[in-house]
Design a protein around this ligand. Structure first.
Ligand SMILES: [Zn+2]
Length: 137
C-alpha cells in the first residue's frame, strides 16, 4: 500500500497557528493531509483519507473545517458542476483542466494561458475550468 504523504503533527500545528486557527484534533488531521502538497480533494475523499488514518470525523465536521480553511484563504472552493465541490490547496491564480472521464483536475499556470486584461484592472482570482478528455480515450 502506498503511504500517504502527510505534514508532521508539529508542522500542522505551526501552520494552523500561523493562520490564527486553533488546532483541534480534526483540523490538524485534515491539515496534515491537505497542506502537504498542492492537491484537489473533495470532502468525501478527505473523509476516506481520515478513515485510512483511523480517524473518525463526522462529515459535518469535515465541511466545517474545510469552510474555515476557505474563509482563512488557505483553500479555494471549486465547483465542477452537478453540485460537485472540490477544495484546492493551490491558492495562486491558475486555471484548471478537468478530465471529466477521470474526474481529475489539473492545474495550468496563468502564465501559460495569459488573457489580456483591460486597462486598470487587477486579476484577483480565476474560476476557469477547461473540460477535456484524454486524446487516447
Ligand atoms: Zn488547482
Amino acid at each position: 500500500m502506498k503511504t500517504m504523504p502527510l505534514l508532521s503533527q508539529a508542522e500542522a500545528v505551526a501552520f494552523l497557528k500561523q493562520h490564527q486557527i486553533s488546532p483541534t484534533l480534526q483540523r490538524l488531521a485534515i491539515a496534515r493531509i491537505f497542506f502537504v502538497e498542492h492537491q484537489h480533494l473533495s470532502a468525501d475523499v478527505i473523509q476516506e483519507k481520515l478513515a485510512e488514518l483511523n480517524i473518525r470525523v463526522a462529515k459535518a465536521t469535515v465541511y466545517n473545517s474545510l469552510n474555515l480553511f476557505v474563509r482563512k484563504g488557505l483553500l479555494k472552493e471549486i465547483h465542477i458542476g452537478a453540485g460537485k465541490v472540490v477544495y484546492d490547496s493551490n491558492t495562486e491564480p491558475h486555471y484548471h483542466l478537468y478530465y471529466e472521464d477521470e474526474g481529475r483536475l489539473c492545474d495550468v499556470d496563468y502564465q501559460d494561458l495569459p488573457i489580456e486584461m483591460p486597462a486598470n484592472t487587477q486579476l484577483k482570482q480565476i474560476d476557469l475550468i477547461l473540460r477535456v478528455a484524454s486524446s487516447n480515450a
